[in-house]
Ligand binder design. Structure first.
Ligand code: F6P
Length: 546
């Protein structure tokens, strides 16, 4: 890796610091009034996404400097390294090759001397065969009944992608199959997911990259017990359990037939895995052809990211804008607001993608960063959010850049619904950007004491991502857009966007506390006084009947 100047010493960074002082007081009203073509100029279109970034607190010079920062940060080289299969995940000494998961047949990407693309397609083929059997009712349970219910057991990337994709693509799903998802170690999750289901008609997909994750393995064992309560014979497991994992040994130990294991590889990060075999439930739901359409959507965005000049490159522009607010305006969060009910789990999915990737405090070289890294991503679908938290975005004291996502064509056309939905998303972006000034509030006859409360100062930035229709392909392009935008930010911050050491400590401490909660004897506790008291309190009050 070539040495790169620390971020805050790069020329473009210093210029941006000075430039920020001139941009901060500018209002979007003025920027638009001074340039009537701004809305036409500050937009980019690629792979079916119309990206309007004109309602951002930027000038042409801001963009020039941000693009210069990308160049000075070696972004081009970092992109090439990722696509080439270099070990860009330096702390785990691994490639981050989710782009290989959607590389078409015939492409070639070499990892440790081996072309991984044929391996990817072999697994896709195996998934297609299995999915088609389940979809046609030909994968029979142990007692001969067809599978009607599919339950994915997994957590983090082995859950959020599958749930999000299932919800997003439900319109395309085979409706006579029921899909449920169990992730939480809270027994309620399992109990509710299996309520009213017939074990004879239920298939569990145990999804875990490592096949050692406490939550997933606990839920998988509970699932096995639940299934055997009805099916009785251990031989039934082969018909009702399949696994998705990189760890064949642990899968076999659990008792799942290796023939029923769908493989992926250590160069696929959990949060980048929804288009690997981790997407098995998605493929069963929408079918192999639509799954391939989704992969093609991902791939189109990959190619755009790899090849488009930075000034027209959607992930680059999105990443740079996120960095502009995060590092210069000190914005703490980004709101993702899809105006599409099927995308209701998209913000939750993005939380892992963005925050597990860029929630880092040291550079690739291990030195403490001298700047803010990953912002908090959050959101809910519109219009619901408008009646909940938008108040704070409009009139609160915090600056929250928003990503609005909308589609011109509804999947469920119903009277005026879609016009009303789209009117709302456009109105929100307009209201946030331009607000309502004191004179306008007064002119409407508002009593003077009420005027301050009714002023919208505006100047609240947003992106608008407008697509034609939510399809498997457009979902793929959207997810890849965010994946690569996260990469752009991480590359400039010079952090490892592909590891997640921060989740380890809690796991280790939980392993230590488990026997302390379950032991009958009053063993000595060696935690801090607060944790000791909590453990004692739980021991005293817990329900000993279970
Ligand atoms: O604890 C975090 C994490 O490692 C995520 O990165 C990952 O997606 C999740 O746990 C699940 O891991 P696995 O697929 O190995 O069960």
């Amino acid at each position: 890796m070539t040495a790169i100047a620390p971020l805050t010493t790069r020329g473009a960074w210093k210029s941006l610091e000075a430039h920020y002082a001139t941009v901060r007081p500018l209002h979007l009203r003025t920027l638009f009034a001074d340039d009537p073509t701004r809305g036409e100029r500050m937009r980019a279109e690629a792979v079916g996404i119309y990206f309007d970034y004109s309602k951002h607190r930027i000038t042409d010079e801001t963009l020039t400097l941000l693009l210069q920062l990308a160049e000075e940060s070696g972004l081009r080289g970092r992109i090439d390294a990722m696509f080439r299969g270099d070990k860009v995940n330096v702390t785990e000494k691994r490639a981050a090759l989710h782009v290989a998961l959607r590389a078409p047949k015939g492409h070639s990407i070499i990892v440790d001397g081996e072309d991984v693309v044929p391996q990817v397609h072999a697994v896709l083929e195996k998934m297609a065969v299995f999915s088609s059997l389940v979809r046609r009712g030909e994968w029979r349970g142990y007692t001969g009944k067809a599978i009607r219910n599919v339950i994915n057991i997994g957590i983090g990337g082995s859950d959020l992608g599958p749930v999000m994709a299932y919800e997003a693509l439900r319109h395309y799903s085979q409706r006579d199959l029921t899909f449920r998802f169990v992730s939480n170690i809270d027994g309620t999750d399992f109990a509710e997911a299996t309520r009213n289901l017939d074990a004879e008609e239920t298939l569990f997909i145990v999804s875990s990259k490592t096949f050692t994750t406490l939550e997933t393995m606990t839920n998988a064992r509970t699932a096995r017990d639940w299934a055997l309560t009805t099916l009785k014979q251990p031989a039934a497991i082969a018909k009702h359990f399949v696994a998705v994992s990189t760890n064949a040994e642990e899968v076999a130990k659990f008792g799942i037939d290796p023939a029923n294991m769908f493989e992926f590889w250590d160069w696929v990060g959990g949060r980048y895995s929804m288009d690997s075999a981790i997407g098995l439930s998605t493929m069963i739901a929408i079918g192999p052809d639509q799954f391939h359409a989704m992969l093609d959507g991902f791939h189109q965005m990959d190619e755009h990211f790899r090849l488009a000049p930075f000034e027209r490159n959607l992930p680059v522009l999105m990443g740079l804008l996120a960095l502009w607010y995060n590092n210069f305006f000190d914005a703490q969060t980004v709101a993702v607001l899809p105006y599409e009910q099927y995308l209701k789990r998209f913000p939750a999915y993005l939380q892992q993608l963005t925050m597990e990737s860029n929630g880092k405090h040291v550079t690739l070289q291990g030195t403490e960063v001298a700047y803010q890294t990953g912002p908090i991503y959050w959101g809910e679908p519109g219009t619901n959010g408008q009646h909940s938290f938008y108040q704070l975005i409009h009139q609160g004291t915090k600056l929250i850049p928003c990503d609005f996502i909308a589609f011109t064509q509804p999947l469920n056309p119903l009277g005026r619904h879609h016009d009303l939905l789209l009117a709302n998303v456009f109105a929100q972006a307009e209201a946030l950007g331009f607000g309502k000034m004191s004179q306008e509030v007064q002119a409407a006859g508002t009593p003077s004491w009420l005027v301050p409360h009714r002023i919208f100062e505006g100047n609240r930035p947003s992106s608008m991502l407008l697509l034609e229709r939510l399809t498997p392909a457009t979902l793929g392009t959207l997810v890849a857009l965010y994946e690569h935008s996260v990469f752009v930010q991480g590359a400039i911050w010079n952090i490892d966007s592909f590891d997640q050491w921060g989740v380890e400590l809690g796991k280790v401490l939980a392993e230590r506390i488990i026997p302390e909660l379950e032991s009958e004897s009053e063993s000595a506790l060696k935690h801090d006084s607060s944790t000791n008291c909590l453990i004692r309190r739980y021991r005293k009050c817990k329900d000993h009947s279970t």
